[in-house]
Design a protein. Sequence first.
Length: 65
Amino acid sequence: MNKLTRIGLIGAVITALCCFTPILVWILAGIGLDGVIAYLDPILLPLLGLFIALTIWGYTRQNKT
């Protein structure tokens, strides 16, 4: 597994946990940043797509070499 694939997978897992579970909401509420919660969806969903694309790109580059 090359570095791009590994970074993409780790980033996708962390971002998916923050998107689909209230982990990030709990953390932000715990440290007093409740106002930031409204801006999570426009940031996390494209970030998840970016990490999935990075994983696919790294995997295809790995298979070419």
